[in-house]
Write a protein that binds this ligand. Structure first.
Ligand code: NAP
Length: 305
């Protein structure tokens, strides 16, 4: 569905509203923060590296001198850091309009987080699961609020490997990335089902950017990168375009709970924003519930519904 229906240009000023964007210092998170600031939202740049966040803030302010930005430090791969971030945020604010769960890593060498999670599951999924749970009551109290989960085309080949969730038996870097992005999408759908059941008005919406060249490729081998480079311009779009489905999910007019947005061009890799395809597995309610229960247990958060 490629129409002006999902255009971000027509979105009017969102002055007075507050957003958090995780991983806002570079790539799609940076472009999302910039786009939200352009629409007059106050944006909290939730980043693990404060120096990088300051640089990003500076870049945005050069383009938008009146942008209302604040940096708050968080490392999504550490549950303690996520808890500290939430505490810090909640000590300052009693409302939150948009939470954009964007930060992520892709195909790193095998590593465990300090909480004993495989690193991609830790940063991409479990950290955001905890963050959302800790902020949910405040988000729910905010009218017209939304929680955005950033997934990927990679979810389509993903599986939730309950027998070896942390790849302790055999590590596949891409397998773990796919699992983490599938988990993010299943979370978005399951969260919407639970919000509805609890009669909460907050919307859970998912988005994927298609393909954009960003720092996400930092762990991709040089050999692979050089092989792919000649074809890149044909199958990618710039990060500002890649961010549009995320921005639309956050503040677009025609977004509903449980929607999933992405680009509409060839194989959903680039193009205008519209409704994206997701696999039957991503919509499987039993697996989503099982994953949710495990996530509550492993992160120590009990959602309020
Ligand atoms: N680019 C694509 O084609 C593509 C396609 C599908 C989905 N996505 C998804 O889009 C999201 C953004 O990716 P991107 O392409 O913009 O990648 P990127 O340029 O590498 O940006 C990722 C951001 O996440 C931050 N981050 C990583 N680990 C973190 C942690 N533990 N705590 C806090 N922040 C952390 C990074 O911070 P540092 O700079 O400090 O590392 C950076 O700000 C990811 O969820 C990714 O899976 C991207």
């Amino acid at each position: 569905m490629e129409t002006a229906e999902f255009d971000t240009d027509n979105i009017t000023s969102q002055k007075g509203r507050l957003a958090i964007v995780t991983g806002a210092n570079t790539g799609l998170g940076f472009e999302t923060a910039l786009a939200l600031a352009k629409k007059d939202l106050k944006v909290i740049l939730a980043c693990r590296n404060t120096a990088k966040a300051e640089k990003a803030q500076h870049h945005i302010l050069r383009k938008l001198p009146n942008a209302d930005l604040e940096i708050m430090q968080v490392d999504l791969s550490r549950l303690k850091s996520v808890r500290d971030f939430a505490k810090n945020f909640l000590s300052k604010y009693n409302h939150l309009d948009i939470l954009i769960n964007n930060a992520g890593i892709m195909v790193p060498p095998y590593a465990k987080t300090e909480d004993d999670f495989e690193s991609q599951m830790g940063a991409n999924y479990f950290g955001h699961f905890l963050l959302t749970g800790l902020l949910l009551n405040t988000i729910e109290k905010t009218p017209n609020s939304r929680i955005i989960s950033v997934s990927s085309l990679a979810h389509k080949k993903g599986e939730i490997n309950f027998d070896d969730l942390h790849f302790e038996k055999k590590y596949s870097p891409i397998g773990a990335y796919r699992q983490s992005k599938l988990a993010c999408l299943m979370f978005a759908y399951e969260l919407q089902r639970r919000l509805e059941k609890a009669n909460f008005k907050t919307l859970s919406v998912a988005a994927h950017p298609g393909v954009s060249i960003t720092d996400i490729g930092r762990n991709v081998s040089k050999w692979m990168y050089n092989m792919a480079r000649p074809f890149m311009p044909l199958v990618t779009h710039t990060p500002d375009k890649g961010a549009l489905p995320i921005v639309y999910a956050g503040i677009g007019a025609n977004a509903h709970g449980g929607d999933y947005f992405g680009p509409q061009g060839f194989l959903e890799m680039f193009g205008k924003t519209g409704k994206a395809d997701s696999t039957p597995l991503s919509q499987n309610k039993e697996i989503a519930k099982r994953l949710w229960d495990i996530s509550e247990e492993l992160t120590g958060i009990k959602y309020s519904f």
